[in-house]
Design a protein around this ligand. Structure first.
Ligand code: FRU
Length: 495
């Protein structure tokens, strides 16, 4: 904990181990009375190398225990160069994880599926060693990241893929027993196509497909992370629709793609079905600063907050922080209501480096909130309405005086003509901005250098008027019980 308080960028309410590199959340499952969150992890450094699966579990999303490493590459084995992403299912007493077995001496983009099983609630895993699905379908040029789910009396699996004809795809399998898998073809596939208004597209290949099946009159959603051969990971998109089978296997009949997160710093999200039926989603929020800076600090990457995600009949996805997180609200630090007129900002009060905020903003001109992170006001993160464009803007161009931090302003669609309701969770270097009225979200990282107190202002453009109501609470840290040093380095095997 002392490291956490000294490092100004290390979040306290977002999951990650104390040191080293993490990327995608993996194996999200409720099993044996616990939410299990695994993640891509290099236990020996702050770069993407030597990828293992780290593991946390929690009964309530608030108090967590970090368990021993779950999966590690087997020297000379099928996963010798990394236990890449995948998911997990709870099958009676068994916790079965499915993952991508990486060897650099295979085709670079072919990470076939293998498994490991735990019968002690996830404390120890027995890896399968050989491959569950050794080959890849003929027309795949990239293939990784299984997602398995139960559908009636069968199991189904999607794997992320790129097809030789230039389409990104999620390919489908089914199995009666988790062991014998039959290939059913692409479940959905698209040529790269625009998604959102910021120049993103659906990518040449789809990583980490996740599926939220249609239910109770609501359509289903296929969520995937858009990846290109040349410039790597790009954004997270979803296709929303219904399943059909016209005799060539089940297919998702989907509409235009939508963005799952409008920010620059959320990738490879994964789904968990909670016991009460909610779908929860965690993403990987990567660093938006130079790699050498993260490496010097000894860690890289955080998981986003767990978010409740739902699909709606109008073809939209909505997200909000998991209800449990309200329990992390500590001291009520800001309670402000009023009007900001013209260029004269209104001081709303001080906030700590982690806080949870709600705001109602009402303006027909450029106006919003400023989080000031240096006493002289030169360093700040802006969250403002752009009613002319019909967008909410999160601007980090002045959020760090260190030019090794990325800048840029990022936008999400925002209905105009009525007050805008926001929920903003800031935790040291990560901000998650939820538009409450539409359920859209924007995640970004920022790296303030000021060491004085932080404060909030309401501001509007010259000649304009902003009506505001803002409440903020301290965001308390998660409780995380750490494993022993040995467990940190070597996965335990069943006794
Ligand atoms: C997504 C991803 C996955 C892969 C894993 C490797 O970020 O590239 O496709 O399995 O990360 O760490």
């Amino acid at each position: 904990m002392s490291t956490a308080s000294r490092d100004p960028y290390r979040p306290v309410a977002h999951l990650r181990p104390p040191r080293n590199w993490i990327n995608d959340p993996n194996g999200l499952v409720f099993h044996d009375g616990h939410y299990h969150v695994f993640h891509q992890y290099n236990p020996n450094g702050a770069t993407h190398a030597d990828i293992h699966w780290g593991h946390f579990r929690s009964p309530d999303l608030l108090s967590w225990e970090r368990l021993p490493l779950a999966l590690s590459p087997t020297p000379g084995g099928e996963d010798a160069d990394g236990c890449f992403s995948g998911n997990a299912v709870s099958d009676g007493d068994r916790l079965v994880v499915f993952y991508s077995a990486n060897r650099w001496d295979r085709s670079l983009q072919h990470q076939p599926v293998t498994t490991a099983v735990s019968v002690d609630g996830g404390r120890t895993f027995t890896p399968r060693r050989d491959l569950l699905i050794p080959g890849l379908p003929d027309d795949c040029t990239m293939y990784r990241d299984p997602y398995v789910w139960r559908d009636g009396d069968r199991w189904r699996m999607l794997v992320g893929a790129a097809l030789a004809d230039g389409r990104g795809a999620a390919v489908l399998y089914e199995s009666p027993d988790l062991e014998t898998w039959t290939y059913l073809g692409p479940f959905d596939a698209r040529e790269p196509e625009p998604v959102g208004d910021a120049g993103q597209h659906t990518g040449e290949g789809w990583e980490c497909p996740q599926y939220l099946p249609a239910e109770s009159g609501r359509p289903g959603a296929l969520i995937f992370s858009a990846w290109n051969e040349d410039d790597g990971p790009r954004c997270v998109a979803a296709l929303i629709g219904e399943e059909r089978d016209d005799g060539h296997g089940p297919r998702l009949e989907s509409g235009s793609p939508v963005l799952v997160d409008h920010g620059p710093d959320c990738y490879a999200p994964a789904l968990l079905r909670a016991p009460d039926g909610r779908w929860l989603l965690w993403g990987w929020s990567w660093e938006a600063r130079e790699e050498s800076w993260a490496a010097a600090d000894g860690w890289s990457g955080v998981l986003t907050l767990p978010r409740e995600i739902s699909v709606h009949a109008d073809g939209t996805l909505r997200q909000r922080p998991a209800a449990e997180l309200l329990a992390l609200r500590g001291q009520h630090t800001v309670h402000a209501e009023g009007v900001a007129l013209g260029a004269q900002p209104v001081e709303l009060g001080g906030v700590g480096r982690s806080f949870d905020l709600t705001a109602r903003l009402d303006s027909d001109a450029a106006a919003g909130l400023r989080l000031l992170t240096s006493p002289d006001g030169s360093e700040y993160l802006d969250i403002r309405l752009d009613p002319d464009a019909g967008e909410l803007v999160v601007d980090r161009d002045h959020a760090s005086r260190d030019d090794r931090a990325r800048g840029g302003s990022h936008r999400m669609p925002c209905p105009t003509g009525r007050p805008v309701e926001l929920r903003v969770v800031v935790d040291h270097s990560v901000a998650e901005v939820f538009l409450t009225s539409t359920g859209q979200v924007l995640t970004l990282r920022f790296y303030p250098t000021g060491d004085g107190p932080w404060r909030l202002q309401a501001r509007s453009a010259p000649g304009a008027r902003l009506g505001f109501a803002v409440e903020a609470w301290e965001l308390l840290p998660l409780t995380v019980k750490e494993p022993s040093a040995d467990d940190e380095q070597t996965p335990r095997r069943p006794a």
